[in-house]
Design a protein around this ligand. Sequence first.
Ligand code: PLP
Length: 363
Amino acid sequence: MNPVYNFSAGPAVLPKEVLAQAAAEMLDWHGSGMSVMEMSHRGPEFISIYQQAVADLRELLAVPDNYKILFLQGGGLGENAIIPMNLVGLSATQPASIDFVQTGAWSGKSIKEAAKYAKVNVAASSQAGGFAGVPPVSEWQLTPGAAYLHICTNETIDGVEFQEAPQVPGGTTIVADMSSHILSRVVDVSQYGVIFGGAQKNIGPAGLTVVIVREDLLGHALDICPSAFDWANVAEHESMYNTPPTYGIYIAGLVFQWLKRQGGVAAMEQRNIEKAALLYAALDADDFYQNRVAPPYRSRMTIPFYLRDESLNEAFLAGAKQRGLLQLKGHKSVGGMRASIYNAMPIEGVQALVTYLNEFAGR
Ligand SMILES: *Cc1c(COP(=O)(O)O)cnc(C)c1O
């Protein structure tokens, strides 16, 4: 049987080595006689798993000492409410305000949710252009005194990726939704006030949300903010104010160790550049397939594409499945296809997809 390659957008492919290790440790973690799922989050076994995971993530992303790493629940969408509840108190405007740059579906959802907590200002939007890129930073209409600026640095559905941290006026706190490309490329954490993401795209299983937050942004939560989502409270309790998603943290920790064995984030980024180049070259070879994102903003992780003749969609997906190329159907809101090629997708998977793309197009 051919190997199976899973292109799901999320929950998504995990490294085979990690799954095998988790399977081997399932019934008895390191001679403890317990599964990680059965351990008290306050016991020495789990505390060691947690501490190693935090330390490895800090090392992988070179997170500066004045940032906290928090493990929460609620996913990316949960953070769309949790972030305003923690940060709108920092706004100098009356009423409190938040700036957004709208580059696709996920930033759009963040805007909608934040409007429950503050006045939202869409500083720039690429909606009129069909979300084919990021509006030039020079055209962003930022609000003096806004609590923060929210961006989604990889739009998972639209396939648009920021290639660098936007250079905005000093003192602007950037909050970045990195759910679908965290750890795929080197980032300078110090450019951001908050980096957050659901784990199920590029880190581990669903149920864990990672928040990296600069310390001076803690302690401003609204009174209505649930204690379990008040970052200052969560930070003070080392992410154990309430029971954290222990198994998710364990798997994330195994993924962090796997990433270190691969050479870390910089080495991963080189592989991701190579994988994406291979796939875009096949999509661009002629007009049988189409990716509609302007080349400078094309995502390396989540790559939507369309067949010129959409009546072939079902045949394309059926043929792909037969070859072990799974979950290529596009998001229902935009249709077409999508290949998510996260860190755990080996280059062989992309090569197998390219072979199929060429074959199906009759090249
Ligand atoms: C998947 C995703 C989310 C939503 O995550 P949930 O865990 O489903 O809440 C938010 N933002 C981005 C960029 C995503 O890709």
